[in-house]
Each structure stands twice: as structure tokens, then as C-alpha cells.
Design a protein around this ligand. Sequence first.
Ligand SMILES: [Zn+2]
Length: 355
Amino acid sequence: MTSDGNGTKRGLLERLAEGPVICAEGYLFELESRGYLQAGGFVPEVVLEFPEAVMQLHREFVRAGSDVVEALTYYGHREKLRLIGKEDLLEPLNRNALAIAKEAADEAGGEPALLAGNICNTNLFTPDDTKTDAVIRAMFEEQVGWAVEGGADMIIAETFSYTAEALIALDVMKQTGLPTVVTMGLHREHVTRDGHSAAESCKMLEDAGADVVGLNCMRGPATLLPFVKQVRAAVSCHVAALPVPFRTTEAEPTFQSLRDPACNCIPNDRPFPVALDPMTCNRYEIGEFAKEAYDAGVRYLGICCGNAPHHTRQMAEALGRRPPASRFSPDMSKHFAFGTDASLLAENREYTDKL
Ligand SMILES: [Zn+2]
């Protein structure tokens, strides 16, 4: 357990023992849509260039019910910064991301939110070449080290395609003694790229000492949940489920595989990543997902790429919470036509079928 100094801040495992924990993810997509980050490389230079935009989004997610503030270091690793020719920004980027997230976590009303350090898929892992393992491990070590120095309460490793890469991440994370969350990303093949089912992969992570294991990203609620239930049955630790908020189907189970037959002007006919709007889940669908996952025994819940504050608020409300943003949850009783308030004009209320 960590503390903010006055002993009022519970740690991740303590919170999970008492009820669900919500972790809002999806920072890259949301900041891209707001005009602060470029799709493609998806490198979070925004934490250096527009820190106030990152701070604002952290605040919005906490107001909407997120218990965790995840430092925006996803794709802020050495390989991504090499790719854009800015390796010199690696350390300042990570330290800034952590400082912004810490400020947001500490200012949360009541009990401060948990500050999470974050590492992810390096895109360098290849199962047949163990020479890269040392390079990957060093990338995790430097980022996890900055997270610890930045005051992280927990470390999240996410969106891994290979169990073996996630195991390297976990090994580095465990040296810190902080609670660990490790989530795999499941592609169209329904197995990890090193051939494990979701259940097998997560069991391996649990056996290696992860505190929370599960799935994030890639899949929408409909195509993530069946595999999350298999994970729940296979492990005894806490399980995480953080889908993307898109209407994926059996035929198109991932957001990269979704197509939009109603539109003929999308470059290369692939809505991923910036034209997924028509397939976005509405808030009620996210609420239903949260309830079903919770009823299946999942206690660490969130939403990944595509998440917006209204999704997170609905998730929180579906789990019985009433976060600060619930003050503005819909109330149609005073709508001029669809409302029920006795003072509304009958002429307008009777016109609803023509609207
Ligand atoms: Zn994602």
C-alpha cells in the first residue's frame, strides 16, 4: 500500500479487495481526435508540447470515475522515439508524463487516484531472436525506473501480442515491489502471436507473479468478453478487461479489421484508426459491458483506444458509482418536447413524433 502522506490513499490491491477499480485508457486516440497528436506513429510528444491538454484529459477521466491516472508513456519508449528521430526526448518525455499524471492523481477530490506507470509492446520482440530480449528488457527497465522515481503507486504493462514479451516486462516490474497489471492484446487469430490462448497466456503471467492479468485494446466489448471469461476461469488472481469502444463482430473481431460499407471515401477502405466513428459504442453499450464483466467476476475494468469521458462515466455508474461528472448525467424530464415537466407546452410535447 502506498500513501499520500496522511494515510488516506488505499493501494490497488486493497481497492480491488473492496470492489471494482476503473482505469481509463485511450489517451492516444482521444488526444489525436482533439488535434494534439499524430495518428500513425502515435508517439505521445504531447506531454512535452501541450502538457495542459494531457492534464485536462486526466482530470476529465478522473471526474468521470477513473480510479487510476495512467501516465501517458504508452509508445513513449526508446524504439518509438528512435523512429521519429528524437531519442534525446525519451527521458524528459517520460518524466513529464509522470509529473503531469501525479499532479492529476493528487488533486482528485477525496481520496487521491492511483498513479500508474505504464510500459507496453516494444514492436521489437521476435520469438526466434533472443538477442533482442536484452534490448527490450533495458527499454522496460529505464521506463519503470522513471515511473518509480515519479512516485508511481502501481505499474501497468499493456497491449502485448507475445506472452514472452509480457513476461520480460513483468519480470522488470516485479523488481519494484509495486502492484502489477499485465494485459494482453488479442488479434484476429484469437491467440497470442506466440500461440497461447488468452487463458493460457494470462495463467503464465499469474504464475510469474502478476497481481492482475487480462486483456486490453484491439477488441470491442462483444469480442473481448468471451475471452475475458475464459481468463477468469483459468486464473485465481484479479482479472482486467479494457476493450476498445467499437462494435466489433465475429467476422471483424478487432478494430483494425472493421470495415464501413456505408462509406466510400476512407483511404484504403480501412476505418482504423481515425474513421471508426460510425462503429463507436454508445455509452449504454459500455454500461452493459461493465455490468456483464463485473457479474462474470472481473474487478479491474476500463476502456482503451476510443474511450471518452462519457464512456467512463457510464461504466462507473453501471458499477454503482456516482463520480463528480454524474452531476451532468442525462435528465430528459425538462426537455422541451420529450420532457415530462408539467409546465412544458402541450403543443410541443404532442409534436414529438414529428421531430
Ligand atoms: Zn488501445
